[in-house]
Design a protein around this ligand. Structure first.
Ligand SMILES: C[S@@+](CC[C@H](N)C(=O)[O-])C[C@H]1O[C@@H](n2cnc3c(N)ncnc32)[C@H](O)[C@@H]1O
Length: 215
């Protein structure tokens, strides 16, 4: 995971400003941002605390448990320059995704950037990796693609990571869908990348990345 973040996510995070990692989990991405030494401050939030938080130390980093009812006020208080959100949205129901994106739009300042990584495939862009897997995957219809992604994610969370309480609501969207949801909320899309199918992961769901800006 650190390697995947370093190749695909960290280079997309603007340097200099304060980063807010929404759904930071164990803090893997936060650790990589700290190691890069290019951002002034990092705040991680999640709906539950992870034991690994204790190992992430530094005067520029903070982690906090934040439930949905407090999300907007915490975001308004923090005023980050960048929000990172990796593999979080598909653990929310579709309507909850939209509420979070609505709160992000409401609270973020003009010019703030969101870097989102999701289990998601593109219907228009070629994959950056895993062409053969992509061709096999696209032979299924849309409904079955959702099911394949759900089953793989369920195995990843329940069996490999032993996360017994993590919701897996199968709330995937295509890259084009994500773009539309962000734009309907008022954001503009700076970049869309269909990263494709990573070779070196046990669970090989398609990956997409968006860089979004509050205009
Ligand atoms: C698959 S993990 C990803 C963790 C981390 N972002 C990473 O990339 O390693 C999904 C995380 O999203 C968190 N999450 C789910 N719903 C959330 C919400 N409404 N607000 C904040 N975090 C949430 C979960 O608790 C979990 O830590």
């Amino acid at each position: 995971m650190p390697k995947y973040f370093n190749s695909n996510v960290v280079p997309e995070i603007p340097t200099g400003g304060k980063v807010f990692d929404l759904g930071c989990g164990r803090g893997t991405l936060i650790q990589e941002i700290i190691n890069r030494r290019e951002n002034s401050e990092i705040v991680g939030i999640d709906i539950k605390q992870a034991p690994e938080w204790n190992k992430i130390v530094g005067d520029k980093v903070r982690m906090e448990v934040v439930q949905e009812e407090n999300f907007l006020s915490v975001l308004e208080r923090e005023q980050p320059d960048v929000v990172t959100v990796t593999w979080v949205f598909h653990h929310m129901e579709y309507e909850q995704q939209k509420r979070y994106i609505g709160s992000l739009y409401k609270a973020l300042k003009t010019g703030a950037v969101i870097v989102a990584l999701e289990d998601s495939y593109s219907e228009t862009l070629p994959p950056e990796a895993g062409q053969k897997r992509y061709e096999d995957f696209m032979k299924w219809d849309k409904e079955n693609r959702q099911k394949i992604m759900g089953v793989l994610d369920w195995i990843a969370n329940r069996i490999f990571s032993m996360r017994l309480s993590m919701p897996v609501p199968f709330a995937y969207r295509t890259l084009e869908d994500w773009k539309q949801v962000f734009e309907e909320a008022g954001f503009e899309t700076l970049k869309m990348r269909f990263l494709g199918f990573p070779d070196d992961r046990d669970i090989n769901n398609p990956q997409s990345l968006l860089v979004i800006r509050k205009p």
